[in-house]
Design a protein around this ligand. Sequence first.
Ligand code: GDP
Length: 300
Amino acid sequence: LERLRGKLARSRSTFGQSLLGLLGAGDLDEDSWTDVEDTLLLADLGAATTAEIISKLREELKARGVRTADEARTVLRSVLVEALHPEMDRSVRALPHESKPAVVLVVGVNGTGKTTTTGKLARVLVADGRTVLLGAADTFRAAAAEQLTTWGSRVGAEVVRGKEGADPAAVAFDAVKRGTDTGVDAVLVDTAGRLHTKTGLMDELGKVKRVAEKQATIDEVLLVLDATTGQNGLTQAKVFAEVVDVTGIVLTKLDGTAKGGIVFQVQRQLGVPVKLVGLGEGADDLAPFEPGAFVDALLG
Ligand code: GDP
């Protein structure tokens, strides 16, 4: 929790602390509620989620006859945790099961942190004693395969890559086939994130998925979203979610942004849970997303 607090320092000071200050001051007048609203909007919670949280807060503060700052904090915590849908299943299905290997596609717009996330996830799995193969299916960005190869040697995972400009679907196919042949526990495929048109993306990414599926069941499609890109990033992410069946979100770059509130609206907008969060560029900067711990770090 200490580590998470440190990584979320900016969101904590602009969002968590402001809310605690406003709600802890006792009876709130309409001006104070406007300040609460502004705080939530500034942290990127979006209009709908903001309205919902405010109405819950008003209701709960009144119903419980809250007087002290401590009581207000308890109410704020429970309303925020509830807004993050703690009941959702956030497990990443990369565990070995009957039909080895588990296959994970990592999708999203270029620059959001796909390759880094793929590498970090490999690291988590290898540290847990699993064998991992990485597929470098982002063949459009010249450096992507190189970057993934570096991750591969760093964490101890074989990397299957194609020539620059090769068909991403062919690389995905080869990677899943190789992983099946060699009996690894998990194959993680880093895909290309060129978002020119929706049909272009559908052709490209849809093909990667279809072709990979010929070799093995795809267990997880992780959509990577950069927390610092706000509504624009969310709009682009939605296009990906329309093209492939996304099973989980990875919210990256939560370190150093004051816009941590985006996590409250992505699940609502995309209809899938945030499963992992990126908290830095380092190998150990990927964490499971836990609503309770996240809110505690924001308010801590
Ligand atoms: P891709 O194009 O989606 O594969 O993006 P990359 O994996 O190459 O990442 C783009 C940049 O974002 C790189 O400089 C990464 O080091 C950085 N990055 C990725 N994840 C995080 C994160 O969680 N926090 C921070 N601060 N930087 C990140």
